[in-house]
Design a protein around this ligand. Structure first.
Ligand code: CO
Length: 485
């Protein structure tokens, strides 16, 4: 097995708050918690999950303060993970694994069975509440200090829908969370909603869009005025989803002749202003979007087709590929002219993109951070960190032999710590797997220069994660704050 295979292995035991050895000097202002989520349990008894995205969710917590770092991890406690960890069997349908071969159960409970969710994709905040997310619209709340599971956040509304994204956006104007659900039925539709971030999670329908064959959309775009659903031609017949008995994603079909459809919905009145067609492509992740003089700019990490999903089956990954690479692309939509044009933003491949989200989401921006593959090669896993200047395609790279970094999270320097106010003044945090020592470390880069500032060593390999957030602490003089609690 290639060295990166350690990233797809379950860690032996949970880790309870250990202090990590730090090399270099972490700036004093970096005070808070990096919370990350990802699949971490892949084997069950004598069998196993089939796909990377099926692994049972583990939360990771890097508490950073006064130059020190403490690490802990913990499995989310859900009916799905209880079956796996205690009964040692797979009981519930995942992204690409379905244990149910019984026709009766298959017919009557395809969506009910997905209720005991395994939210292994992302982390978000509903005000003061922290939630783990996946593509089933049932967030699971957890305690950010202990990583203890608190329970499913069940919405008390009639929005419906069986599929959503683990990438809600913050409305760049109001601060509300915005997301969509896909409602599968004879009259399937996408339902875009908003959710205020205070009080009880309440969703409010913003608009709907009918669709015969819903697309697999892992994320979407938001601008000051619009939501843009980018329908890649990986689509599903809802009846097949209900009746085929195949795992969720294996019901989808790649239909490049449909092209990619950009559904532009006005958040003011929920009306779809335009549906524009562009060349077929596939993406998991949007980078950013904004509007300018009647045109819309949509940046995303585009694959030529949807074969990346097959490439992420564990057998294929552990056998060493090949791993298709995504290109950072910019699509310019002109609703007036009805045109879509696309151009690459840089020569490097890019996945798991992050930006200075609080400052630039839905607005023109300059820098994107992500992971990529050295020279765009497909015979290794993601093995470098990439910073792209989207204005001119300039790139900075960080890489180390035999090392595999995860999603780089940008943390802006607080006011007073820099003199320029540039978009890239801050730090980039990434968990890196080092195959030679079978261990991982938290890497801290200067976001401007992409040079290493510090690293904190974990004594074992941390499975590859998907997404996470950095939660800043208020600096209070005279207290130790979060760290060491
Ligand atoms: Co994602």
């Amino acid at each position: 097995m290639a060295g990166f295979g350690l990233g797809f292995q379950s860690p032996g035991e949970e880790t309870h708050a250990v202090e990590l050895a730090v090399r270099g000097r972490i700036p004093e202002w970096l005070s808070g918690v990096l919370l990350r989520n990802g699949p971490a349990k892949f084997e069950v008894g004598g069998t196993g999950f089939r796909h990377w995205f099926d692994g049972q969710a583990m939360l990771h917590r890097f508490a950073i303060g006064r130059g020190r770092v403490e690490y802990a991890n913990r499995y989310l406690d859900t009916p799905s993970s209880q079956a796996v960890l205690q009964e040692r069997r797979i009981r519930y349908q995942e992204f690409a694994t379905d244990p149910c071969r019984n026709m009766f159960a298959r017919f009557f409970t395809p969506f009910l069975r997905s209720r005991p969710v395994n939210p292994n994709v992302n982390i978000s905040r509903f005000g003061d509440r922290f939630v783990a997310l996946t593509e089933t619209p049932l967030p699971v709340e957890f305690a950010p200090d202990t990583l203890a599971t608190l329970g499913v956040v069940d919405y008390d509304d009639r929005l419906g829908g069986q599929f959503t994204t683990a990438h809600p956006h913050q409305d760049p104007v109001t601060g509300d969370l915005v997301n969509y659900v896909t409602h599968f039925s004879r009259r399937s539709e996408y339902r875009v909603y908003r959710q205020r971030t205070d009080g009880t999670p309440q969703r409010e329908l913003l608009g709907r869009h009918r669709v015969d064959e819903p697309a697999y959309m892992h994320s979407f775009a938001i601008t000051a005025r619009y939501v843009v659903l980018v329908e890649f031609p990986l689509v599903v017949n809802p009846y097949r989803l209900l009746l085929s008995g195949r795992p969720f994603i294996e019901n989808y079909r790649w239909k490049p002749e449909r092209g990619t459809r950009f559904v532009v919905m006005d958040r003011e009145d929920g009306r779809v202003r335009a549906v524009l067609s562009g060349p077929a492509c596939f993406a998991f992740h949007h980078i950013n979007a904004w509007e300018e003089k009647g045109r819309l700019f949509i940046d995303l990490c585009a694959y030529q087709d949807s074969s990346i999903i097959e490439a992420l089956y564990l057998d294929t990954l552990r056998a060493g590929g090949p791993l298709p690479q995504a290109s950072p692309m910019r699509y310019c939509l002109d609703p007036e002219a009805g045109t879509v044009t696309g151009e690459p933003l840089a020569g490097e491949s890019l996945e798991l993109p992050r930006i200075a989200y609080q400052q630039r989401n839905g607005r023109p921006y300059r820098y994107a951070y992500g992971v990529g593959s050295r020279d765009g090669r497909t015979d290794d896993f993601l093995n470098q960190l990439v910073k792209i200047d989207v204005r001119d395609g300039g790139t900075l790279l960080w890489r180390e032999e035999g090392c595999y970094p995860g999603e780089p999270v940008f943390v802006a320097a607080p006011p007073g710590h820099d003199a320029h106010g540039a978009e890239d003044e801050g730090l980039v945090l990434a968990v890196v797997l080092r195959s030679a020592t079978a261990s991982s470390y938290l890497l801290v880069l200067d976001a401007r220069t992409f040079q290493e500032v510090a690293r904190a060593e974990v004594s074992h390999a941390v499975p590859f994660g998907l997404h996470g957030i950095f939660v800043r602490h208020q600096l209070r003089s005279g207290t130790r704050g979060e760290f060491g609690s």
